[in-house]
Design a protein around this ligand. Sequence first.
Ligand code: ZN
Ligand code: ZN
Length: 241
Amino acid sequence: MEFQSTLFQFFLPPQCPCCERLLEEDQQGFCSNCLSEIRWIEPPFCSICGIPFISKEVESHPCGACVTHRKYFTMARAWGAFEGSLQEAIHRWKYEGKTRLTPFFAEWMVKGLNRYWEPDSLDLLIPVPLYTQRLRERGFNQALLLVKELSRRTGIPYRKTILQKKKPTIPQVNLSGAEREKGLRGAFHIIRNEELLGKSVLLVDDVYTTGATVNECSKVLLRGGAERVDVLTLAHALKTS
Ligand SMILES: [Zn+2]
Ligand SMILES: [Zn+2]
């Protein structure tokens, strides 16, 4: 399927992955309309989870949720808001197999990585893993696609098997905070933790939704010997319950 669509791209002008409008000659990736709709995340935001504040008059500081509820990662940062055309594109990338979007997403994420971290301070990139059955259904782990591109562009090594998901979890959006945590407990485990000892890890996923998954992964990575865990996602969902 993907091969076929790649073939067609040789004969047809490329389409915008969001609205399917044909792109003009000098355009790549998104059309200018969809691109202009993307809300890039800028400070002020929560200094821990990275959620942007509505008021632009404040300095970045920890949000209420991060104060009342411990985050195991040091800081999470995202490139764009999970809404509109970016949400649509991520959906198509993930569920319709439009993997040609990966390099565009990765390019934004590299910019985010360079903006918020000293790349030399990061030892390892680790993708949030998928449960085996989910991986089989989808055919790829979207976080791993991003990690591979990030690693190639930054030179930071990645490990795809250290952190594993050993049981399925139900989608978390409709669950309360406590239910989410309960459902995730014991979902992830570490293999070969000698590779983690004393390392500064950047955990990578496509979307930061409630933060419960990356928080649980961060906890497991720290217990496995990592020195510090940070989180980079392509998008951050702005409305969390
Ligand atoms: Zn478009
Ligand atoms: Zn926060």
